[in-house]
Design a protein around this ligand. Sequence first.
Ligand code: KG4
Ligand code: ZN
Length: 342
Amino acid sequence: MNKIKKTLFGNKPVTLDKNSLIMAIESSCDETACAIVRGGREVLANTVASQIKIHEEYGGVIPEIAAREHLEAINVVIDETFKQAGIKGDEISAFAGTVGPGLVGCLLVGLNAAKTLALVYDKPFIGVNHLNAHLAANFIDTELEPPFIALLVSGGHTQIIKVDSFSDMEIIGETIDDAVGEAYDKVARLIGLPYPGGPKLDKLAQEGNPHAFKLPEAKVGGYDFSFSGLKTAVLRLVKSFDGREMPINDICASFQECVSSTLFKKVKHALEETGYKQVILAGGVAANSEIRRKIFSLKEQGYEVYAPAMKYCTDNAAMVASSAFFFNNTFDDIDVEVFSRA
Ligand code: KG4
Ligand code: ZN
């Protein structure tokens, strides 16, 4: 599969093919990441410096601290990636960086590093949308190609996307309030779990009874979602114990059941309506055990189901490189500016 991309200077076209090496940088939130990927699918090096330990103390990401940490980590992470891959800068075909959505100060660090590398080595620069990058994580180590339905579930987004081709995609549903990851983190905090609570809540849920408590599924039209009512219902449930010992595992399992079955129903509906036979999971919450289990159960009904390996679910740069290679709706201009919201 060949693709035409612009070069930095004078928009000279270059062709990326399956041997092309893309180095990408990701710094939209609290992970400083760099990767080198061949042909959009084969990861030669993948380095991630996580700031979770630093933000844990505050119960969430503090943007100014995060940006400063990126600045500290960025050169180390880039060096380590070159070393891991055994590749030199002038062997790279194009440099890519996340443009947005994300925290502006954080994005600036990674994007400017990627642009600088492109300038230094006189190679094309490709700006990448973070959400498309999460989808592209599914191209790594697979032969997946559109069309497919994507369920994107992260800390900031919950979307069902109809991906018709590498250049055409449409968001057909999204949350009208909290994102799934946000709901997980808020409920986790309610029951006293440290940040980020999503993965911890998932673990406890696996020990509980998913039918212990009946929690309300929001009735939102089409493929849209709402999770703020569910969060309030959990708050009410927690308060009803009035200081008595709570069946934490059962609360987690009931919450997880409610979220995962809502997501599952809408995804299934989207598959039936579009007639598409492939479905992919993407985003940090794609690591969730029950969401994965339910979506993978669609295999029994003849669908092809994809989810990234765990290390490519949460923020990383391999997915950014893959997105730069495959998707056409990227920003191939050195002048591209960061943006905070989708
Ligand atoms: O995609 P991501 O790394 O960052 C954003 O772009 O938002 O997603 C992070 C989110 C956090 O809210 C985290 O709690 C959630 O993904 N998460 C999970 C699990 N693993 C990560 N939520 C539920 N279950 C999990 N296993
Ligand atoms: Zn993300």
